[in-house]
Design a protein around this ligand. Structure first.
Ligand code: GCU
Length: 830
């Protein structure tokens, strides 16, 4: 039996190598840190090496002072400069960029020098060494590495009350009840994880910020957060609420040109620096989604950014991260020229030369909002002088919220590798972000991560590969997707080829799979955006409101016409070569067709299929692949500890069921819209289903579900008001045999209903509607596409003519809702 693991150490478990392998390594006599300062990342590196060696190789190694540098069989860790100053030989060490490191392993790995360009680099080198050991990879004679970009940061959307916006893993590790928490152990552990993948900064609070962040008590709290993260080379910054002068400050305005406002922010900034002398700066969301901002006061975005920038300049190297996510969420859909995707360029054009040097514009990867597939934001091609931060999302807000597995690097690569051809010169997004394309010294990456208090950090063990990969990609955006997931798997689950290949296969298929069943051809993730869960399917939710995530689906066609010729002109916001490509249907890749063009359902794709048939096929294929994930995972039983095995299996089973909900919802929605049947006759034909509304009901009543496509046959049953036990019964008409019995039901907030299912009065299954206690995604409180789910009872012997009975016991507002029951012969998915 393997000891159960909670996941709290993520990929830093430092699991012991098998004794026979450990014995092949040298015995390390001493670790020599080239510093005596206990809060230095170099010292952290030394203690981390000590801990790692004790766990991985079971060696007890002492820390020794610099005077022992000359002795052999040691591990030396420090900066290149400190090593040279102590008389060390630094010939042959190449020039390193900020945070870079060299790792030299001589004498068969017995003499190890870990030398950083700076103290953080030394720590990164130490982690590199330990991760090589953990994976039993060869130790290099000389390996040097430098980051692609200096800014490699995390954004947390933590609120002061302890909730996390778009967080799927429990409450904040930073805040509770309006204040910074007393016990910051988790914050330090988070910094350790970040440092191990070379992330060097974090904005600790939500972009939808709160003026009370700057109360005297919270200033002290921020200082404590900075103190626990600093030894890991992680600096902190804050997101601010634009109208704080009016709220907390008691001023009559927050106008950025008002002298009192300027003085007020100066004072706040001075006070913050007193508490956090190495503060990163300010992240600003303004004039976005109802937030106040400079436009509220008749000022420009640059007026605001520069006011903050000047306040920061008086103290250190702090920067303003001014978010480009500025848009009007009350757009008029009846005007075909309106387009939210145009907003960033429209707001920022003309400002490129207006910003202070320490203003960076933080731009989401796509023009809309973290969708399953978007082209790169056109704003990436408009700023030449003002450096940028590219905003990604590790939290899977629109991508299954960690209850669907989606390994993100393949999606990120579509952005990083995209050549924007600015001024007809090669302009891959990764080279803009690194600063190389326009000679910026400071630019880089931020990702919304939203870890929570759950021991798994992100709510799901598998989701952690995305945090790991995020670090790896900010360092090297050309990293091999499969290599990264393999490394992560070995570090997370141990050195076992079966485990490695199963996790790799599931992960490498996962993004495509999710795209296949959630939103194809650039139509966006077709989740419900109106109830704000951003989770389950509801294709209609995209249209008929001012949010601007429109699909413009009607009975004839769908897609946004973003051409210059007849549409919103968005294609024309890209540099000419790219604009030309997106302007024409023929040269727009199929996967972005509906992002840029409005076409009939019968439009023929480059693949030769019609758009509507592509939708049907992709949804059937994707949801079918999702069924293979739990089966693949099951082959790992006993190869990893039971706790993590069961945790992942439960989620993959859930995902397999919800993928079918997605498939049926999206297919039925578009079938109802256009009336064009699936050429393979699958859509709307479910030979193995018994609809709950067609059963004999006692205490249950039939309800029409909204949206209609979230229920098979658009109806479900719920227990009638006041009923404590409701039943639904029928006679099974399928041939006798062994079936997997699937029950599709709804599990929403408001109660935990109980269910039992009988065949001829023999209990074959029982469960509770308690997914909200077991899964992390945002739940709705209704019978809909968020709450629709499936449970399987495997391998049930069924006789023709058997009586099927489901007993539902409602609880609170959850009235034991049921959609249908399927009897699935081997190999049938329905
Ligand atoms: C999305 C997300 C919000 C968030 C916003 C932002 O719209 O749903 O919760 O506040 O992005 O990035 O500011």
């Amino acid at each position: 039996m393997r000891p159960n693991e909670t996941g709290i150490e993520a990929w830093l478990r430092d699991a012991a190598l098998p004794a026979e392998i450990a014995a092949t390594y040298p015995h390390y006599a001493a670790i020599v840190p080239l510093t005596t300062a206990k809060d230095s990342p170099v010292y952290t590196a030394a203690t981390e090496l000590q801990l790692g060696l004790s766990k991985i190789l079971r060696q007890t190694v002492t820390l020794r002072p610099e005077s022992e540098l000359a002795s052999s069989a040691t591990l030396v860790v420090g900066t290149v400069d400190a090593f040279a100053a102590a008389g060390g030989d630094v010939r042959g060490i190449p020039d390193l960029k900020e945070d870079g490191f060299s790792l030299l392993c001589r004498d068969g790995g017995a003499s190890v020098k870990i030398l950083g360009e700076n103290e953080r680099g030394a720590l990164y080198g130490a982690f590199e060494f330990l991760m090589l050991l953990s994976q039993n990879k060869p130790l290099p004679d000389l390996y040097s590495s430098s980051p692609s970009a200096p800014i490699r940061w995390v954004n947390q959307w933590d609120n002061l009350d302890g909730t996390i916006e778009r967080g799927y893993a429990g409450p904040s590790i930073y805040f509770k009840d309006g204040y910074v928490v007393e016990d910051l152990t988790r914050a330090a552990q988070y910094a350790r994880l970040m440092a191990s993948v070379r992330l060097n900064g974090i904005i600790v609070n939500n972009v939808n910020s709160d003026s009370k962040l700057f109360s005297p008590t919270n200033m002290k709290g921020l200082a404590r957060i900075a103190d626990v993260m600093r030894p890991w080379g992680v600096r902190i910054g804050v997101a601010l609420y634009f109208d704080t002068p009016k709220g907390l400050g008691g001023l009559s305005t927050s106008d950025p040109l008002d002298p009192d406002v300027v003085a007020w922010w100066d004072e706040i900034t001075t006070s913050l620096y007193r508490h956090v002398p190495d503060m990163l700066g300010y992240l600003i969301k303004a004039n976005s989604e109802g937030q106040p901002g400079p436009l509220t006061y008749g000022r420009t975005l640059a007026d605001a950014a520069n006011m903050f920038a000047r306040a920061l300049q008086k103290h250190g190297d702090g920067i303003v991260m001014y978010r480009a996510f500025v848009y009007n969420h009350h757009l008029d859909e009846s005007n075909w020229k309106n387009d939210r995707a145009n907003a960033a360029v429209e707001y920022f054009d003309g400002l490129d030369n207006e910003f202070e040097d320490n203003v960076l514009v933080q731009i989401k990867y796509g023009p809309i909002d973290f969708q399953i597939r978007e082209p790169p934001s056109p704003l990436l091609a408009h700023l030449r002088k003002t450096p940028i931060i590219l905003e990604l999302q590790v939290a899977q807000e629109y991508l299954g919220q960690q209850d669907h597995v989606v390994y993100l690097p393949p999606l990120w690569r579509t952005i990083f590798d995209f050549d924007l051809q600015i001024d007809d010169r090669p302009s891959a997004v990764r080279d803009i972000v690194s600063g190389a394309r326009f000679n910026w010294d400071r630019a880089g990456y931020a990702a919304v991560v939203n870890v929570g208090n759950d021991p798994t950090w992100l709510g799901s063990h598998l989701a952690m590969s995305n945090l790991y990969a995020y670090g790896r990609y900010t360092w090297d955006p050309t990293s091999d997707e499969e290599g990264v997931i393999r490394d992560w798997t070995r570090l997370t689950f141990g050195l076992n080829e079966t485990v490695e290949s199963a996790v790799t296969q599931i992960s490498m298929q996962s993004w495509r799979t999710y795209e296949d069943y959630s939103g194809n051809l650039g139509i966006q993730t077709l989740c419900d955006i109106v109830k704000t869960c951003h989770y389950g399917p509801s294709p209609a939710a995209h249209d008929g409101n001012g949010w601007g995530q429109w699909t413009r689906a009607d009975e004839h066609g769908l897609g946004m016409d973003r051409t210059v010729a007849t549409g919103t002109g968005n294609a024309g916001q890209y540099p000419s070569a790219v604009a030309k490509r997106f302007e024409e249907i023929e040269t727009t890749p199929d996967e972005l067709l509906l992002w840029f063009h409005h076409v009939p359902y019968t439009h023929i794709l480059k693949s030769g299929k019609t758009v509507i048939q592509h939708f049907y096929d992709a949804h059937y294929e994707g949801s079918q692949v999702a069924q293979t994930f739990p089966r693949q995972w099951e082959t790992l039983r006993g190869l990893i500890d039971d706790a993590r095995f069961e945790h992942v299996l439960f989620r993959l089973e859930y995902q397999a069921g919800h993928a079918l909900v997605w498939r049926d919802s999206v297919c039925m929605f578009y079938y109802a819209k256009c009336g064009i049947a699936d050429s393979q006759g699958r859509v709307g034909n479910h030979a193995w289903r018994i609809e709950a509304e067609e059963m004999e009901l006692d205490g249950y009543e039939v309800v029409a579900v909204t949206p209609f496509e979230a229920a098979s046959g658009s109806k479900a049953i719920v227990a009638a008001d006041g009923v404590q036990t409701a039943t639904a019964q029928c006679t099974v008409g399928f041939d006798s045999g062994v079936y997997d019995v699937a029950v599709n039901y709804y599990d929403h907030l408001g109660g935990n209903s109980e269910y039992q299912i009988f065949l001829n009065e023999r209990l074959i299954g029982a469960w509770s509607g308690n997914l909200e206690d077991r899964l992390g995604h945002d739940f709705s409180d209704l019978v809909d596409g968020h709450s629709a789910t499936r449970i399987y009872l495997r391998q049930v012997a069924v006789g023709k003519g058997d009586r099927l009975k489901i007993v539902g016991r409602p609880d609170g507002a959850e009235r034991a809702p049921i959609d249908y029951v399927s009897f699935l012969p081997e190999g049938i998915i329905d």
